[in-house]
Design a protein around this ligand. Structure first.
Ligand code: PMP
Length: 407
């Protein structure tokens, strides 16, 4: 049994104590967003009560305190990811914002007509559309690493797609719609053998497994604060210093400059070069609280706990008559997608909701994945450190009840 004190953890999350339609809440929509522990809420409030002021500008006491707290958060995140330096951590609004930043800057700095950008068949829209926009702008081509019926990347096809024209590979670490954990080490090794940088979308990874950017040797890695128990509107871009130094800035404005005249602006050093304007100061500081909370529980412990939950869920769901999994990856994390008979996922979702069970239905911002499986959407159950075996039992009982009504 993993060293996780589930009772204590659940008490730390106020929203888990809420009732829905008078029933205890079963929250299985963690891939969309996680609930927040009390310490994150307290940190947000503490900031506005005791620290509120702008960062990097004032000589006064409050501004210095706020700046120190903001920069401490950067240090905590750098150490959480094992980045070489805090300067390699850029605060953003989230995964979407981080990917748009890299797509825009990389496009401007590195992409010529005829170049190729590789993504995979299982990307979230936020790791497709920014690259599509950039390719359109630069006259480059977006190519797709295909997947198979299990929802796993076809590695021979990936290798065959590599060429001197490929300038960057942007790939999800863990699929939000299928739960697939991709063989990112192999992909990065093959890419680097050809000097191609890799961006990993770790939006569904950092909250479920240890992520070490030096061990992965990844060039860019992005995630959202709100999916790792932190506030919405916060996110991270990790980038190797040599890449971040080399790329042009994304947005212009205050903080990202060293000097400005109407003739010319000299840009600031890292990380400020990529942080134009007043950032989400309270959010960044509360994100640190979330990450410290995760570190305290231990990412390895969370991983071990969730692996048991996912195995149990797969085993129990499998016994439901007419249920089929969408994606059967050998290596899965965090989420399970499925359909029951030809019941529309939305109908099943509604009847589960009435039983106090929150799951996600639909295309999960991955329409190409749904197109591949020729389905309108899936029902997705997704897990967090506070998920229990009882939650899964209620889900299974809820599906049986709903299916009996809908058949
Ligand atoms: N990538 C993946 C794999 C995701 O799961 C999500 C969120 N569902 C995103 C990107 C986008 O994240 P955000 O909306 O927080 O920017």
């Amino acid at each position: 049994v993993p060293a996780i004190d589930i009772e204590k953890i659940r008490k730390d999350f106020p929203l888990l104590q809420e009732k829905v339609y008078g029933l205890p809440l079963v929250y299985l929509d963690n891939a969309a967003t996680t609930q927040k522990p009390q310490i994150v809420l307290d940190t947000l409030m503490h900031y506005y009560l005791h620290l509120n002021s702008n960062v990097h500008r004032g000589v006064h006491h409050l501004s210095q305190e706020a700046t120190a707290a903001y920069e401490n958060s950067r240090k905590t995140i750098a150490s959480f990811l094992n980045a070489r330096k805090p300067e390699e951590v850029i605060f953003t609004k989230g995964t979407t914002d981080s990917i748009n930043l890299v797509a825009y800057s990389f496009g401007r700095g590195e992409i010529k007509p005829g170049d190729v950008v590789l993504v995979s068949a299982m990307e979230h829209h936020s790791n497709i559309v920014p690259w599509q926009m950039m390719c359109e702008d630069r006259g480059a081509e977006l190519k797709v690493i295909p997947m198979d019926e299990n929802g796993e990347l076809i590695m021979s096809a990936f290798s065959a797609l590599l060429s001197d024209k490929v300038k960057i590979i942007a790939l999800t670490y863990v699929s939000n719609s299928l739960g697939t954990v991709n063989p990112v080490r192999d992909i990065i090794a093959q890419a680097h053998a050809r000097n191609i940088p890799v961006l990993l979308d770790a939006a569904q990874a950092v909250q479920h497994m240890p992520v070490d950017v030096q061990e992965l040797d990844v060039d860019f890695l992005v995630f959202s604060g709100h999916k790792i128990y932190g506030p919405t509107g916060t996110g991270v871009l990790y980038g190797k210093e040599e890449w971040l130094d080399r790329l042009p800035p994304y947005q212009g404005g205050g903080d990202m400059i060293k000097t400005v005249t109407f003739a010319k602006t000299i840009y600031n050093v890292l990380p400020y070069k990529f942080e134009a304007g007043t950032p989400d100061i309270s959010g960044a500081i509360a994100l640190e609280a979330a990450i410290k909370y995760v570190q305290q529980v231990g990412v390895e412990n969370i991983q071990a706990w969730e692996e048991q939950l996912v195995d149990y869920a797969a085993q129990q769901l499998q016994q439901i008559e007419g249920l089929r999994f969408i994606g059967k990856p050998a290596h899965r994390s965090g989420a399970i997608s499925f359909l029951v008979d030809d019941i529309h996922p939305y109908d099943l979702g509604e009847l589960l909701d009435k039983q106090g069970i929150a799951i996600r239905t639909g295309h999960h911002c991955a329409e190409p994945v749904m197109g591949f499986f020729c389905i309108p959407g899936t029902v997705r159950a997704s897990f967090a450190m506070y998920t229990t075996f009882e939650d899964i039992d209620r889900l299974v009982a809820g599906i049986k009840k709903a299916a009996a009504m809908l058949r």
